[in-house]
Design a protein around this ligand. Structure first.
Ligand code: PAF
Length: 281
């Protein structure tokens, strides 16, 4: 696996991967890799001849009181995982390479960026869209892979790809869960043992709503009330939002007529966790 720290080295490496006739798949990450990331790598390998990953803890997607400085950084371990997963290229630039002094241009997906996580984390999706647009320009993949766990991020990036005519396919892969239901996340490592058990209430609440849908319920208020009742079983978990929305527009839905996303965000101690499920009509 080649490791490129500069944009020019990464560009040259991607150019030669594409020149060898391979379709290029990109898995953008902030490191602290887990089974969710590795499932994206596997999906990329299934349909692309070569896979590149990026590892960049993007300062512009963290708010002033968020966890940028303590975000887990496990570079050596991440390299070993990507190497044994068969990744051809890792782009791991320093901050000054991505944002040299005077880098003022931003990508803002208006409206969507202010919904749900965007409402709670002002500026977060501007940072995400800006860095992902840069990665797409630098590495020019045929396909880019993201996890459904970040359902709002997926909606924002899908819209960005459409609005800015990026010539690539955005592939969304299912959320990977631990056997007890917790959605895997780099931030799970912040949780103490008791907090980890409390955090299970998120996936339990989503599953309860899924069961109500399977039993025939279609009305949003009933589904939200069902999930809220489960969340109330863990009063130490502080709810940020629970919403049933269209997965593309992120607008609230009142009834399941098309697939909808039931999404939740909550604080367990100081750790903000998110999860969602897609509910069939
Ligand atoms: O999902 C993430 O890890 C990040 O938001 C991403 C897409 C790598 C951009 O920094």
């Amino acid at each position: 696996m080649q490791i490129a720290e500069t944009i020019s080295a990464a560009r040259a490496a991607c150019r030669s991967l594409r020149a060898s006739g391979s379709e290029l798949g990109l898995v953008p990450t902030m490191g602290a890799l887990h089974q969710g990331h590795l499932s994206l790598v596997r999906a990329a390998q299934e349909s692309c001849g070569a896979v590149a990953a990026s590892l960049f803890v993007n300062p512009r997607q963290f708010g002033p009181n968020e966890d940028f400085s303590r975000y887990p950084r496990t570079f050596e371990q991440d390299c070993a995982l990507l190497r044994s997963a068969g990744v051809s290229l890792l782009f791991a630039p320093p901050v000054e390479e991505m944002y040299p002094t005077g880098a003022d241009t931003i990508v803002e997906v208006e409206r969507l960026s202010n919904r749900l996580d965007g409402a709670s984390r002002p500026g977060h999706f501007r940072g995400v869209a800006t860095v992902v647009a840069k990665l797409f320009h630098i590495l020019a993949p045929h396909r880019a892979y993201f996890g459904q766990k970040d359902g709002v991020q997926v909606a924002v990036l899908r819209k960005m790809v459409r609005d800015l005519n990026f010539d690539l396919e955005l592939v969304v892969c299912p959320t990977v869960r631990d056997p007890d239901g917790l959605a895997v996340s780099s931030r799970n490592r912040y949780l103490s043992e008791p907090q980890r058990s409390q955090a299970l209430v998120l996936s339990r609440a989503l599953r309860a709503a899924e069961e109500r849908v399977a039993a025939g319920e279609r009305a949003a208020p009933a589904l939200l009330a069902c999930a809220r009742r489960v969340l109330a079983e863990a009063p130490e978990v502080r709810l940020d939002y629970l919403a049933l929305v269209d997965p593309d527009t992120l607008e609230d839905v009142t009834e399941l007529r098309r697939p909808a996303m039931l999404a939740v965000a909550a604080f367990v101690g100081g750790t903000r966790l998110i999860d969602n499920v897609l509910l069939p009509p």
